[in-house]
Design a protein around this ligand. Structure first.
Ligand code: PMP
Length: 291
């Protein structure tokens, strides 16, 4: 396995970052999770735009242009002979002293690209649907650490994930500080009620997921159904006809039980199944070619 580290492709054993890097010391850095399908990188431009937006928000200068970053991603995939897989791209603040001040990070930020084969959830869960719980951990308030900064500080999500694991399930719904549904630990959430697709807006603590955007487009343009970005309560999740989660790694995964309540018929819903099919077609036929 070859890892991209600061302009070089190095062996996994040699891909090392200093213990003085503020990414390690303080979670001071940003990342993206990207995916390649069938020799193409899905929505790479959108992922790089989001990375640059996260960088702007934390005042970090990415030491590459977007074009060079795109080339670096493709170079890493080629070096690993991957046509399908997951791409983890991260940029850390760089090495500094033990204080918080990023101005003391005198070396440029580190850019790391790791590519690997992917399997997040077992196939059975896509066919039968998954169970989720609601975490007691609340989402970071958007006016403290914005959930739209895809930062290396994922403790909020990790605490919620630990609750899911303790309950014997793989994902948890996270509510915002007001008690409205925000998203899940690594996925966005959607429900369908009376033929309308609903998902929480960014203002409720949802990351504007790239998969979320693709699903909204497919619902509007291919399935011709209404989409509403609205506040959702956990009550509306329990009483929805269908529910599913979206994310780069998960793609679209049906949810059939939330906090022991069966959703709809207790099986993946019809609209969810159609969206899964449309998304598979889209992901496998678009994107930046790896060559
Ligand atoms: N929310 C969170 C907290 C995430 O980490 C992710 C995964 N990046 C998502 C939602 C889904 O976003 P995307 O579709 O861009 O992967």
């Amino acid at each position: 396995m070859k890892i991209y580290l600061d302009g070089k492709l190095v062996a996994k054993e040699d891909a090392k970052i200093s213990v003085f890097d503020h990414g390690l010391l303080y979670g001071d850095g940003i990342f993206e999770g990207i995916r390649a399908y069938n020799g193409r990188v899905f929505r790479l431009k959108e992922h790089l735009d989001r990375l640059w937006a996260s960088a702007k928000a934390i005042n970090l200068t990415i030491p590459l242009s977007k074009i060079d970053m795109e080339k670096a991603v493709i170079k890493t995939l080629l070096a690993n002979k991957l046509t399908d897989g997951y791409i983890r791209l991260l940029v850390t603040r760089g090495c500094g002293d033990l204080g918080l001040d990023p101005r003391k990070c005198t070396q440029p930020p580190s850019v790391v690209i790791i590519t690997d084969a992917i399997s997040l959830y077992p196939d059975k869960l896509y066919e039968e649907g998954m169970e989720v719980i609601t975490a007691s951990t609340r989402r970071n308030r958007p006016d403290t650490l914005s959930p739209n900064i895809k930062s290396l500080n994922y403790l909020n999500n990790i605490l919620a994930k630990m609750e899911a694991v303790r309950s014997g399930v793989m994902e948890a719904i996270i509510l915002n500080s007001e008690g409205y549904v925000a998203e899940c630990t690594g996925d966005n959430i959607f429900i369908i009620k009376d033929g309308i697709l609903y998902t929480p807006p960014a203002s409720e603590g949802a990351l504007i997921g790239i998969t979320r955007d693709a699903v909204i487009e497919l619902a509007k343009n291919k399935l011709k159904i209404q989409v509403r970005e609205e506040k959702l309560t956990i009550y509306s999740v329990y009483n929805s006809d269908e529910c599913f989660l979206t994310g780069t790694a998960a793609e679209i995964i049906p949810v059939v039980i939330a906090d022991s309540r069966e959703i709809g018929s207790g099986k993946p819903g019809k609209i969810t199944v159609k969206l899964i099919k449309e998304f598979k077609n889209l992901a496998r036929s678009t994107g930046i070619p790896i060559k």
